[in-house]
Design a protein around this ligand. Structure first.
Ligand code: FES
Ligand code: MG
Length: 684
């Protein structure tokens, strides 16, 4: 154990490390058991994560049960709605601080508790750079709120309602009254915004207990699976299962597929690139287009569609969606259980694709379903193979469970010929539960092993079954055929820009119109509603100075409000272009993440009001229709340059001096990569 480097021995330093930690811990706490940090982003100022202390207690119980020592580690937390100028300014700071504390402390593994937008990305970036055994517990979405009998989606409906106020169809008093209806319970935003997206993608990357992502924050199953995650992390430490083994290129390919099928947030592009950068996994902006562009949108959730995360979970959740696109997933993508993600996507014996479609009224929470769930398959497999079940761990002194009896070759053959890989346990045994028959055999099913605590993992009662085809569509009847992120290039974005066609107006995906340029958010707000502003529905709104360096922090301002006089005419969407980001809960024909940003010398700084701009999403083009030489001969106006941030000290200075562009993940240049978990010097 890594912690034994602190606590083992009888010299003065180990005395100091042990003595200050005792405070009620029994002596056997230092006998070599895994010490597990619970990196907890609970904070009253991150309201989406405020419930994570309760989650942490369940995780602690699971760690204790499995023979580990749980240690609460409060870490930098970012409340998306609260901090100014933007939570993104501190994603990298949070990641850096968490990384350093994970490495500096005497811990053997870590459970990462996140939820609100930047929290799971910063935790995963940190864990990647330390590469200690790590598992995420996504805090989960809040319940559906209703206002005047109609469901309200967090974020998405804020934009809609505020536009209604500006258009004069909703009173300011009613608008205010809707606040507590919208935010009805603990949990993060319940649309398919960034928080929902990153919680789900954490699971697709392999970094959660399979089946947990998307569980609503107040749902008792979240606590049950949090407990199981505590059991799992102890096993992971014993098997030395690290993020670098789990998050491989295959995992990122799967995340891109899932991002498209889910209709997830554009912010995931920046976060996935940053996480991959920490791991040294080759991943580029173009991969999102190449891998994801043709993936169909299967989930009818706001902002692209109608429903909310509670509906998504009830309809079958992540595994039901992934089962629909299983053929597009890379079977080499592994999970923290040591077993492939695709193993968890079968449910019904005898159904080749293992997706059962039934009338939801018959099937929701029906007791007949779990009999074919992965959890029950796990129970049967664990009966035949000694596993690291929770009871094994609890009864084996002091903590280390027996290695799995299954040899890797046995399990490989049991996996059939689908190329699935397993994480090796010291080269001798297979980690996770017993071998599961998957992909081979006549049924094509057999269920994925839960692999977690042997037969104890319930996977929340979820299996890859669709209970509501309104919410989760069949592959043959998608909401949209090709829904992934489109990556655009041209003289406005030499290093690329992104657009989410699923959230855009189809009629605007090919558009030519005159630019109306704003140098800053303040400039936009000062002039947008001016009746004298020369703007038509064909105009292209351009907002610059909002990239990582320019603002600083790349805020979510790209979904600019529309000019009041156009709103009054009934205009609800226009082409907008920005070097900033857009809230994952927003919608519209918005070109984002223009790289390089204006403040980093990008040609976006050179566009003038009246220039003709061409957006051609099918051709992946974005350009200003003047000769390149003429464009590049221009210099940015003084007003443009004056709008850029120029911090002189502190974090903002460090950030602006070292942050990279959106197309590579907007990480700080000196944080890319990993330093591992080694600490070279003693403290005394
Ligand atoms: Fe926290 Fe939306 S504000 S997830
Ligand atoms: Mg956000």
């Amino acid at each position: 154990m890594r912690s034994a480097e602190w606590y083992g021995g009888d010299d003065r330093n180990s005395y100091i490390h042990r003595a200050w930690m005792r405070r009620g811990l029994p002596s056997d706490a230092f006998d070599g058991r895994p010490h597990i940090a619970i990196a907890n982003t609970a904070s009253d100022l991150t309201p989406c994560n405020a419930h994570l202390n309760e989650v942490a207690r369940s995780v602690s119980d699971g760690i204790y049960q499995a023979g580990g020592i749980p240690l609460n580690l409060p870490v930098v937390s970012l409340g998306e709605t609260q901090v100014r100028p933007t939570a993104m300014l501190w994603r990298n700071m949070a990641a850096m601080a968490i990384e350093e504390m994970l490495r500096a402390n005497p811990i053997d593994g870590v459970v990462l508790l996140g939820g609100c937008d930047k929290t799971i990305p910063s935790l995963l970036m940190a864990a990647s750079s330390v590469d200690l055994p790590a598992v995420v517990v996504p805090g989960g979405p809040m319940l559906t709120g209703t206002f005047r009998g109609v469901p309200l989606g967090c974020g998405t409906d804020v934009w809609k309602l505020s536009e209604e106020v500006r258009a004069g169809t909703l009173s300011a008093a009613e608008f205010t009254r809707s606040e507590s209806s919208m935010i009805r319970s603990r949990g993060h935003c319940n649309t398919m915004g960034t928080a929902s997206t990153m919680g789900l993608l954490a699971e697709v990357l392999g970094m959660t207990l399979p089946g947990i992502a998307g569980t609503p924050a107040p749902d008792s199953r979240l606590l049950e699976m949090s407990h199981e995650t505590g059991v799992l992390i102890v096993e992971m430490v014993q098997k030395e299962r690290r993020p670098s083994q789990v998050m491989t290129r295959a995992s990122f390919v799967n995340a891109i597929v899932a991002l498209a099928a889910l209709g997830g947030s554009t912010n995931a592009v920046v976060h996935l690139l940053a996480i991959a950068g920490r791991l040294g996994v080759p991943l580029t902006l173009d991969d999102f287009d190449r891998v994801g562009a043709d993936v169909p949108l299967l989930v009818d959730l706001q902002p692209a569609g109608r429903f909310l995360m509670e509906d998504f979970f009830r309809a079958g959740g992540l595994h039901a969606v992934l089962a629909e696109v299983r053929d597009l997933l890379d079977p080499a993508g592994l999970t923290v259980t040591g077993r492939p993600l695709v193993e968890y996507l079968y449910s019904a014996v005898g159904d080749e694709r293992a997706v059962v479609v039934e009338d939801r009224a018959d099937l929701v929470e029906s007791p007949s379903v779990p009999s074919s769930s992965p959890a029950s398959a796990s129970s049967s497999s664990s009966a035949a193979v000694p596993s690291s079940s929770s009871t094994d761990v609890a009864s084996s002194a002091p903590v280390v469970s027996p290695p799995d009896a299954a040899s890797s070759s046995e399990s490989r053959s049991a996996l059939g010929g689908d190329g699935s890989a397993l994480i090796q346990d010291g080269g001798s045994g297979v980690v996770g539960g017993g071998p599961a028959v998957v992909g081979g055999g006549s049924t094509g099913a057999g269920g994925g092993s839960a692999g977690v605590g042997g037969g104890s993992a319930s996977l929340g009662g979820h299996s890859a079954v669709v209970y509501d085809r309104e919410v989760i569509r069949a592959r043959a009847e998608p909401l949209q055929e090709a829904a992934g992120i489109a990556v655009l290039y041209g003289n406005l974005a030499p290093d690329g820009a992104v657009i989410k066609p699923a959230a855009a107006s189809p009629a605007l995906l090919r558009h030519r119109g005159p630019a109306v340029v704003f140098d800053s958010v303040e400039d936009l707000h000062a002039r947008l509603d001016d009746p004298a502003l020369e703007v038509t529905p064909d105009s292209v709104l351009v907002l610059r100075g909002c990239g990582p360096k320019g603002y600083p922090g790349m805020p979510e301002v790209a979904n600019m409000p529309l000019p009041a006089k156009l709103l009054e005419q009934g205009v609800r969407d226009m082409v907008r272009i920005c070097d900033g980001r857009m809230s994952g809960t927003a919608y519209g024909t918005v070109v984002l993440h223009v790289a390089p940003e204006a403040a980093a010398g990008g040609p976006l700084a050179l566009v003038r009001t009246g220039d003709m701009i061409v957006l051609d999403v099918p051709a992946r083009r974005l350009y200003v229709d003047i000769p390149d030489a003429e464009l590049l001969a221009r210099t940015p106006s003084p007003a443009t340059v004056e709008a850029y941030a120029s911090p002189r000290r502190g974090w903002e200075k460090l950030y602006v001096d070292t942050v990279g562009q959106a197309n590579t993940g907007a990480d700080l240049d000196f944080l890319i990569g990993s330093s591992g978990d080694k600490v070279s010097r003693e403290s005394h």
